[in-house]
Unconditional design. Structure first.
Lengths: 200, 200
């Protein structure tokens, strides 16, 4: 389905359709909104994208996306250097930061191990993580990876790589989500919650 | 839920979340994709938006969004001047152009009559449409408005306004959509299709 109209509009629709969550149809709707709200949305958005393109980069220490390198988290003297939290993606780092429950360092893998897709240990910056874990300050590495097959496989591999670093290696607890009803949980989660049951 | 991280990223997420079809969560995902694909997506997108912001405007004749005024459709000498197709929105005009079944002129209302929202005849450019319909060349006005209550109310109002213009006034046929199964149609559509039944 080709898009009629001038090339400036067509080109923007094509680019917007490449964003996750947007297809050709919703990209058309979004661009139409931009055309209608030129001063209040299109111009600021073009500027914000240009600003970001000029300033953003991935932190050479932890892999976080930021406008400084090292990133604000790595450079923050108030954050503890004792623990490194290993996450799959920058989005996971943001989720942890939103929850404001962890005040240590991060290591963003940028993916999970996937031999079929050609993603190996070097692509995930694992040698860099091992080197960081060997630093004297670091006492614990928390593997905050997804509870998927790929995530858990990667967690096992990372744990094995870190075995000689002399640090405590932990993973997130599995169980019933806060607010969750048993009736809606899958069998695997119920099994994990029951296996890891605690004394009251 | 506030967004941690540098202001350049936060600002882009806030702006992206204003687009139709994107919320805070999907805007974060989209921006993360942009950060990761800076050269191939973020930079071209910023440029495409800046280009569009600089060039696009609404056609003073028909209301279409284009980089020229009058728009390419109004200025096209090959298109018939005999019929004006009245649509609610630029998206509807694009839909008709994609179908490539109409080679006349358009009039984009930019909305439907809505006294509660303060949308009156002047906001829809109706005086302009009436003036165009009085032109000698125009023989037919096709009301291609949505089959909703608001759309049909607007269609009736527009038809009344055009009564003295001496043009044929038509609306789109209602009935079973091509490829549609009766089992999945609502009662209103079945009634409309039955009422407007034709001899084989």
């Amino acid at each position: 389905m080709s898009q009629p109209g001038p090339s400036a509009i067509t080109r923007l629709i094509e680019l917007m359709a490449k964003l996750p969550g947007l297809g050709p149809r919703s990209a058309r709707r979004a661009v139409l909104t931009l055309v209608k709200r030129r001063e209040r949305l299109l111009v600021p958005l073009a500027q914000a994208m240009a600003d970001l393109a000029e300033s953003v980069s991935l932190c050479s220490v932890c892999g976080n996306a930021d406008v400084t390198d090292p990133c604000a988290i790595c450079a923050d003297p108030k954050r503890s250097k004792k623990a490194i939290c290993v996450v799959q993606d920058v989005a996971d780092l943001w989720a942890l930061e939103r929850a404001a429950v962890f005040a240590g360092q991060y290591h963003v893998l940028g993916g999970v191990l996937s031999p079929l897709d050609g993603v190996g240990p070097d692509d995930l910056g694992l040698p860099r993580l091992v080197a960081r874990a060997h630093s004297e300050e670091v006492q614990e590495v928390i593997l905050a990876l997804g509870a998927t097959v790929d995530g858990q496989t990667t967690a096992h591999y990372v744990a094995a790589e870190l075995a000689e670093a002399g640090v405590r290696i932990t993973t997130l607890a599995q169980g019933v989500p806060v607010g969750g009803e048993l009736d809606f949980l899958d069998d695997g989660t119920i099994l994990a919650a029951l296996t890891a049951r605690k004394d009251v």
